[in-house]
Design a protein around this ligand. Sequence first.
Ligand code: HEM
Length: 500
Amino acid sequence: RGTTCSANISWPAGRSGACCRSDSSRSERTSPLAEPPSKPTAVSLIVLWQIEHSRIYGPLWKSKFGPLVVVNVASAQLIEQVLRQEGRHPVRTDMPHWRDYRELRSQAHGPLTEMGEKWARIRNILNPRMLMPRHVSAYGDSINPVVDDFLCRLAWLRDTRGRGLVVHDLTGELYKFAFEGICSVLFETRMGSLDEAMPEETQRFISSVGEMFHLSAVLVLFPRWAWPYLPSWRRFVAVWDHLFRVAEDLVRKKMEELQRMAQQDGGVEGAYLTHLLLGGHMTLTEILGSITELLLAGVDTTSNTISWCLYQLAREPQIQDQLYREVLAVCPGDQVPDSDAVSQMPLLKAVVRETLRLYPVVPGNARVSVEEMVVGGHLFRKDTLFHLCHYAVSYDQSVFPDAHAFLPRRWLRDGGEKLRQHPFGSVPFGFGVRGCLGRRVAELEMYLLLSRLIKQFEVRPDPAGGAVTPITRTLLCPSTLINLQFVDRASGGRRPPASS
Ligand code: HEM
């Protein structure tokens, strides 16, 4: 147990590891936090537990995952209280397994794993070209060719493998899109992920990300001293080695390209990595640490979210039709949506927002208190780990009426509800200075792809497939394949004859 009991608090017999006391000077609350009985945990069930346990224990309760003691927070008001007290250098979790790997291999920490002043310095360098609107909108020119290729691939898959109608395993295809998209932004390089045969390196990178997340969830269940003896740790190290190797290869290629350009005409312009390399604010090792983490964070997040968007739009033909009309009104005829155009599509943004409410790809975020903190009338000591149960709050009927329904209009200003909703009811990109670094790029990627897809195809459910539920593999993913029909709109919505 990593935490000890503060003074003045009584705990149910047989329970220890308390990390709070009720703060009578600031609140009337006297009862201790509830703690469900410890039982072996399957991490994939965490999202279900969020809802189930918050129903049983209320919005604040304690649980244990292996050696970890966690205070769960499952109301918009209490999440706001935690986040508003996060301090100048918020700590998400100390991620000892990720940090240990970097120390083992003498690699630098990136924005995901760095802490304190060092983290703030990295964010100051990385932020401008990832978050400032004028820089981000320029990435549209890199992303749109990737969208072109993805649409061609989709039509090809449908015609060759889906009897002219169905695309199987959409999420798998969208991983490739997301990898290609983020590489185009970071490196201004095309990786060939959307070619008929995907390069083996790309395939391995994508599967390594999935495996690393899976192994992370396993390792935290064991005490740190045991890791070196576990096969999972050895595999974890091997998988990280591969992720760093791919990033290193891309960084090296970019450096060679820059040297050639500088020798040829002296003028060097380029993508995100170019600015990091030329900026002179980070060492090469630091750049590699950050680029690897950006690549890692930039694939499964956007791809899973787009999958859920299309899944929901297929099931809601009326909303899909409204979206089609919105896209057509802004970009009639052959016009291709760019970053300016998508900024004029409020329904498109609302569709993504609502999808992230129902399927927050980061279903539970975290903060470690950097000093004593009062939450829900309880005083928690420094270093308490708070698990923010975003998934449970997304389905809180008091915050989102008709919470299980896909209702993008709740995010539209003229829908009226947006102003009434609690601002911490759904925070899919996190909060504050530690919030998602890739948010603007992710949104642009999703808007550009979805607007084009809906303009070109009518998306329908595959009658052979049933409902798809989410599962947690650290990130929230579909538990089974999402297969959808893509009908060319040019064919007037008529189904093309099935090819043999
Ligand atoms: C739908 C897409 C995405 C979602 C929903 C998402 C969500 C999140 C969330 C919830 C966090 C934690 C924030 C916090 O603790 O307050 C985060 C952090 C982060 N995200 Fe994203 N993300 C997405 C896409 C991306 C992309 C495309 C990139 C890379 C280009 C990226 C890079 C990062 C990084 C580097 C961090 C760590 C920031 C830090 O600790 O300083 N994300 N993201």
